[in-house]
Structure formats: C-alpha cells, structure tokens
Design a protein around this ligand. Structure first.
Ligand code: ATP
Length: 367
C-alpha cells in the first residue's frame, strides 16, 4: 500500500493518480465514492471498530513489506441483458440513458501521447468491451472513466454532468453513479483473510457493524460461488478463485437504494485463467449484471447487485463472446471502430479482421 493511501489518512488527489497509474489498490477507488464527511465519521466510530481498523492497517503494512502483487480495487454498477433494445441501443436513445461519456479526451504520460481525442459513450444497460493492440491505452481509458486519472484535455461527463479532475474531487457527482473497478491479476491483500479482503471497504469506510459486514461479505462470496471461504488466505486459493474473490470485493456494498446505479469496470478479468475458469468468471460478470437480485441465496432486495452497466478491457475472445454486447476498438490513440459482437465477426475492416484472426499482417504492428 502506498504511503498516504491508507484509509486512515484518506486519499490525496496525487495519491489517487499515483495509485491508479502504478499499483491500483482496493482502498483507492472505493474511497473515492465516499464523501469526505463520511470518512470523518468513520474515524470517530466506536473503539472496537478502531481496534479492528488499526489491526487491519498494521497487517496491511506488513503486507506492503512482503508482497509485490498488484492491489485491486472494487466498486460499481446494474442493467438488464438479453434485451435487444438495451444491448444495442438505437442512436436516438435519450440523453439520460448516457451514463458515462468521453468527449475528445487526450492523455499523455510525459512525452508519450496515449489518447488523442477519444470519444466513447456508455449507456444504461450496456456491456461494453474495449479491445485493441497492446499498449494502445485501453486500461488508461478505463482509469479515466473511473476517475482514477484526469484527462489532459477533453471532457468526461457522468450522467450528463462534467467531472472536473478525479473522482474524489467531486464527491457529489461520485454519489450519482457508483463506479467500481476490478484490476488485472485479481490482486488481493495477501496478509488479510478472504473475508477481510472482501469486506475491507465496508470495515474501513462505512459505519456498518462488523456482523453486518460479515453478512454482506457472505452474500458477495455466495454470489460468486465461494461460500464459506472467509477464513482462508488468498494464498490458499487457486488463481480462478482469487479472481472470483476480486469480483466479490468489487460488488460488496452497503445497502442500496432503489434508484442506485453502478458501473463496474473490469481490466482483463480472465487473463491467465484456463478456459473453464474464464467461462465461470465471464458468466458471473453477465449474471451479476443481468440479475436484479445479485445473491444466489435469494436474500433481501437490499442485496441486489445494482450493476447497471459494465465495461471490460479484454484480449480474450471468449470474454468478447460471452460477456460483451458492444465493442470499442482503440488504435493509435483513438476509437477506430465500434460495433456489436455480431458485426465484429462479419465486418471487413482490416484492423478488426487482423485482431480477430491474430494475423501478423495488418495495421497493428509490434516492434
Ligand atoms: N502511469 C503511467 N506512467 C507512464 N506511462 C504509462 C502509465 N500508465 C500507462 N502508461 C503507458 O501508456 C501506454 C498505454 O498503457 P495501457 O496500460 O493503457 O495500455 P493497454 O492498451 O491497456 O495495454 P495492454 O493491452 O498491454 O494491457 C503504455 O505504453 C504504458 O506504458
């Protein structure tokens, strides 16, 4: 965990950007969704909660010293699939259907221009895939959407309102649309148990009682088919199970209100998994989104996922087929193609054909 990124000290603007660009962590993104006042409340919670926080903080410090694994963050979204109108929204959809919009977004790292005028629209109910060659800025685009990075130029609009800077710079706007992210590698806090990993944000940044958090954690784990593993350490799980724990961490939350909406962003959620484990994760992504009641044990309505839309960066064809409806193709800093998965299979655009076939001949070049 980076200095200054501790939940006890809160997140500075610089911290968020640094965390998001190097070692994304569980605490970062979710914290962005909490108004400052709530953080302050957290720190005045009952002594038993403080003891638990201190215990977690100490263990995380030890974790920082002993692990180099990436941290993962959780958060976000809810709409319906299998509905053609939702899956392929017509051009004339009302403006209020737009949840996230990137307008002429530019982003450079030093002298390296990564994004040079990206325009993307994410609508309510969509499952969108971002594809493209390695290093074209897909993850960067995801982090810009999530508010973990700020654009150099251009505009990011959330439900029609411009977000200035990072997500944490605009807590009121952050409350309008919850954003969650699952980073690559399913990075978990190695020194914490599975239950503590999944419940981390609720323990650290809400006033929920520990027993209530445990209920939420159990529900989230049940929703990804991992009931009863709370006491295990991440090191005792397989890679696929760790990915599913990361998903559970992304979706665990406080009680939702009826009109709460969330958007979850997945960065390479099936990378490194065998085909069957990939299918499990892809179907989970889909079902958590499709189902108004997230938890498989059919618990109370307050436990529904609230996932409105999701965006997934992937190279995996299985993920494209099973978990995505619309694709966005990034190349050399901008969107060069958009279409449905069906169109992806049939269109003759050379760059799309090259990506689909894996051919060495075409516009995508590697030095
Ligand atoms: N924080 C950063 N500082 C400097 N360069 C960065 C940073 N983040 C990303 N980059 C660079 O920006 C470019 C795009 O990175 P990004 O991770 O967005 O690409 P990608 O399309 O997701 O790649 P891949 O498919 O290989 O994961 C890369 O050249 C990367 O080195």
């Amino acid at each position: 965990m980076r200095p200054g990124c501790s939940s006890l000290s809160g997140h500075s603007r610089g911290c968020q950007e640094a965390c998001s660009t190097s070692q994304p962590q569980l605490s970062c993104l979710k914290l962005l969704h909490r108004p400052t006042s709530r953080h302050e409340h957290t720190f005045t919670a009952a002594p038993i909660r403080r003891r638990r926080k201190l215990c977690l903080a100490a263990r995380l410090e030890a974790d920082k010293a002993t692990t180099t694994s990436q941290r993962e963050v959780s958060t976000i979204p809810r709409p319906k699939y299998g509905d053609t109108a939702v899956a392929h929204p017509p051009q004339h959809k009302e403006q209020e259907e737009i949840l996230i919009e990137l307008r002429d977004v530019h982003k450079s790292f030093g002298s390296k221009k990564i994004l040079q005028g990206v325009n993307i629209t994410i609508r309510r109910g969509e499952a969108v895939g971002i594809i493209g060659g390695s290093g074209t800025g897909k993850s960067t685009t995801l982090r810009l959407m999530a508010g973990l990075l700020a654009p150099d130029k251009g505009e990011i609009r959330i439900k029609g309102q411009t977000r200035h800077g990072l997500l944490a710079d605009d807590p009121a706007l952050a409350e309008q649309l919850k954003l969650g992210m699952v980073f690559q590698n399913g990075a978990l806090f190695d020194s914490l148990s599975v239950g503590e990993n999944v419940g981390f944000m609720l323990y650290e940044h809400t006033r929920m009682s520990p027993p209530r958090v445990q209920v939420r954690v159990a529900e989230a784990l049940a929703s990804v088919g991992l009931s009863g593993v709370e006491r295990l350490l991440p090191s005792e799980l397989s890679g696929g199970m760790r990915k599913r724990v990361a998903l559970a961490r992304a979706i665990v939350k406080e009680d939702l209100h009826e009109d709460d909406e969330q958007v979850i962003m997945y960065d390479e959620p099936t990378a490194g998994l065998d085909p069957v484990a990939s299918t499990v994760v892809e179907d989970l992504m889909r079902s958590m989104h499709d189902s108004p009641d997230m938890y498989s044990n059919g618990s109370a309505p307050s436990a529904r996922s609230g996932i409105t839309s999701y965006i997934v960066v992937t190279h995996q064809h299985s993920t494209i087929r099973r978990a995505v409806d619309r694709l966005i193709f990034l190349h050399e800093g901008s969107v060069v193609w958009e279409g449905t998965v069906e169109e992806f299979d049939t269109c003759e655009v050379p760059i799309v054909r090259q990506f689909a076939s894996g051919s060495l001949d075409g516009p995508i070049r590697y030095e």
